[in-house]
Design a protein around this ligand. Structure first.
Ligand code: NAG
Ligand code: NAG
Length: 534
């Protein structure tokens, strides 16, 4: 999962980079792995700044000074199975045809076919493991088929139609064509979010923005906005005015509208409204439904004496936990304090980490746990390693009994549309009953939200179907068994590589081919702005 953003300013004398940077700050929660901005100026040149790390570290003052132009796109990368090298920071660039850059949020599931097609049929070189590079090259090759020295909107929409018939999976994208304009599109199931908005300036001219979440649009005064529909695309011209407005087109027939329900459970900011549903409101309702279910599980539906206090696992679950406490009529307490400034750890070769990352991030307050029957509320339980550690911390702080409630149902299957959770077999929910899960994580009891309740919390007039494959194993694009195998292979390979780098590996486990084909750390496309003037 990633954050994407695009802006076109009406006044061609204004530089868009500061706004793209500010916008990145509102989307940072969607990806802290890598960040990138590409702008395009009047001469039709691209200016790029990208690299691994948080936006504030990648976009330094001196680098930003070189990003000129009135239109541009941003990307914030969430770690996914394929991409981790610096060279896989987005936006990606291709020089032919016309010069295109693209930011992609999502995951393609027929990537091995696409790779083969690009190699054998259209002869395009792919330099990374990223499916986003595949998507960009498919689009470029479809656009090339128009065989024109200059394209128009019609050609672009036609290329998108054939691109979307060639790729399968989840994709919300923003792209920029050098000297032409910005393009936005969303897959036919609408799995990942994308919104379009406009801002009217004092002189009556209009600026345009595309973004993953409504918070960015609101914060920057793009007060008229809407979701891009499944299978819809928009083209914003480089110099928009009254005679030259953005053009929308339904480029492919929409399929069953199925936003990823994980956006509501965990991913999106609470102050975002996605596909007509307030993320904050959906989380409040999750707390209500959870309380109803928990109450029912006790004799006479009475929690008195069973639960003394509700404590959230910071941060996402706070909203639901508070509402759950209110509904249960039990006190709500902040038992865990988060260490806000925790960053990376430094591990020397052959040295094991001393403290778990959970204990580095959270600290339990004894006064809130001691002698109490505690209900912890978390947004979801994935591998169970974090939950196990947290339950143990609650016990060390003196809790009498420790129960844990999850706002999401048991996660029993791989996530394949852009949230890199874990291999199916590594999920604590895989092939285990709720009691068995409680035993593994050391809790006295676990409560899980029912799937239908979760769906009800996120439904609107627009849709009451969601992508819920992690809970059911039924994926919206079909049974993607081949892709899941591929995903697990890449994860295993990345893990081995990581261990080799750390110097922790057991040599016997290393496949020589892993070491030969290492990822390029440096981007080979265009110069990073500012690299020559640090
Ligand atoms: C990818 O999947 C789609 C939908 O199943 C299919 O139509 C398309 O041909 C596939 N692409 C390739 C290159 O095999
Ligand atoms: C592409 O355009 C060029 C120049 O207009 C023309 O000579 C060529 O035949 C075209 N190729 C195809 C495949 O249409």
């Amino acid at each position: 999962m990633c954050g994407i953003l695009a802006v076109v300013l009406a006044n061609q004398k204004n530089n868009v980079a500061p706004e793209l940077f500010e916008g990145a700050m509102f989307l940072q929660h969607r990806g802290q792995d890598a960040a990138g901005i590409v702008t395009c100026g009047a001469r039709g040149r691209f200016y790029q700044c990208k690299g691994n790390g948080m936006a504030r570290d990648v976009f330094t003052q001196s680098r930003m000074m070189n990003l000129v132009g009135n239109m541009g796109i941003t990307h914030l990368r969430y770690p996914t199975a394929g991409s981790s090298a610096g060279s896989e920071a987005q936006p990606f660039y291709v020089n032919s045809p016309y010069g295109i850059v693209m930011s992609h949020n999502g995951n393609l599931v027929n990537s091995s076919e696409l790779r083969k097609y690009l190699d054998e049929t259209v002869h395009r070189h792919i330099n990374t493991d990223s499916d986003s590079e595949l998507l960009l090259n498919i689009f470029a090759s479809e656009l090339d088929k128009s065989n024109k020295s200059r394209v128009n909107n019609q050609d672009l929409f036609a290329a998108l139609t054939s691109t979307m018939s060639t790729i399968r999976g989840a994709y919300s994208c923003v792209a920029m064509l050098a000297g032409y304009g910005v393009i936005g599109f969303r897959d036919p199931n609408g799995i990942r979010p994308l919104l379009f908005g406009e801002r009217t300036n004092e002189d009556g001219s209009v600026d345009y923005m595309l973004a993953s979440e409504s918070v960015v649009l609101k914060a920057h005064g793009y007060n008229v906005f809407r979701d891009i529909n499944p299978g819809e695309a928009v083209i914003i011209p480089k110099a928009p005015d009254a005679n030259n407005k953005p053009e929308f087109r339904q480029v492919v027939e929409p399929k069953v509208f199925s936003p990823d329900i994980f956006e509501y459970v965990y991913f999106a900011r609470p102050d975002s409204v996605l596909d007509g549903v307030s993320v904050y409101r959906s989380r409040i309702e999750m707390g209500n439904r959870l309380a109803t279910k928990i109450r029912k599980s006790f004799p006479n539906h009475d929690v008195l004496g069973e639960i003394d206090v509700v404590i959230p696992v910071p941060d996402t679950s706070r909203t639901s936990a508070l509402q759950c406490a209110v509904s249960l009529n039990v006190p709500y307490r902040e038992g865990f304090v988060k260490n806000r400034y925790i960053g990376r750890t430094f591990i020397m070769p052959n040295q094991q980490e001393r403290r778990s990352s959970v204990r580095r991030k959270l600290n339990a307050m004894e006064s809130e746990f001691k002698g109490r029957n505690v209900l912890l509320v978390d947004d979801s339980i994935v591998r169970g390693t974090t939950s196990k550690e947290i339950v143990q911390m609650a016990r060390e702080a003196g809790a009498k009994t420790v129960m844990i409630a999850s706002c999401a149902p048991p996660i029993r299957f791989n996530h394949i549309y852009g949230i890199d959770l874990a291999d199916t077999k590594a999920l604590v929910g895989f092939d285990r009953t709720e009691d068995e899960i409680a035993e593994v994580i050391g809790a006295d009891k676990v409560f899980y939200q029912d799937l239908q309740d979760l769906i009800d919390c996120c439904s609107s007039e627009k849709t009451s179907t969601f992508e819920v494959g992690v809970f059911t194993g039924q994926y919206i694009t079909g049974p993607e068994d081949n892709y899941i195998q591929e995903l697990e292979k890449i994860r295993a390979q990345n893990q081995r590589l990581k261990e080799v780098k750390k110097g922790l590996s057991v040599d016997a486990c290393i496949d020589a081919s892993d070491l030969v084909d290492v990822k390029a750390e440096v981007d080979i496309s265009i110069h990073n702005a500012g690299d020559h003037h640090p």
